[in-house]
Design a protein around this ligand. Structure first.
Ligand SMILES: [Mg+2]
Ligand SMILES: [Zn+2]
Length: 176
């Protein structure tokens, strides 16, 4: 049977958004990230999709971003949480790439690689580009008010489900 997935944004969704992170020392998980993902992974495969335009802008190096991503995956693993894959776009808008959210590229790639059932899958993120990415891929989208969420709420072009944080989003998904 095809499995469903949760596509998680990184900054502002599972960890605090302190800008372009260069080191694992700067990673701080939201309270409730671990317990939420522990519950979600009973029914969903977990993925992280992150835009890291700091690389294209020369603010961060690919290696720094990779170290932060690896640290996050390992911290989650130490809590019994398995992230199946991390997809990272290193580009900025000027690069006109195919992979930066709201492009659905990574979701569609994951669906192929992991034989996913997108119909019952979700993206969770704190930026309009996250929920638009979900919409472009034809999956369910939840907009969070953590991170940049509160600030960009009025820019949402469509009606999306809005949740306070990752905890409320996971409850919303599991009670659905
Ligand atoms: Mg974010
Ligand atoms: Zn890209």
């Amino acid at each position: 049977m095809k499995q469903s997935a949760i596509f998680l944004d990184r900054d502002g969704t599972i960890i605090y958004d302190f800008g372009y992170l260069k080191s694992p020392n700067e990673v701080k998980f939201f309270p409730g990230t671990f317990s939420s993902l522990q519950k979600l992974q009973n029914s969903f495969k977990l993925f992280i999709i992150t835009n890291q335009s700091g690389i294209s802008k020369g603010i961060t190096t690919p290696d720094e971003v990779m170290q932060v991503n690896d640290y996050i995956v390992n911290e989650l693993k130490s809590q019994g949480i398995v992230v199946s894959d991390v997809f990272c776009c290193p580009h900025s808008n000027e690069d006109n790439c195919i992979c930066k959210k709201p492009n659905p590229y990574f979701i569609l790639q994951a669906a192929k690689l992991y034989n996913l059932n997108l119909e019952n899958s979700y993206i969770i993120g704190d930026h309009p580009s996250d929920v638009e990415c979900g919409q472009n891929a034809g999956i369910n989208s939840i907009y969070l008010l953590t991170g940049h969420g509160e600030k960009h709420k009025d820019e949402l072009k469509n009606e999306f489900r809005i949740c306070e944080n990752i905890v409320e989003a996971s409850e919303c998904i599991l009670n659905n």
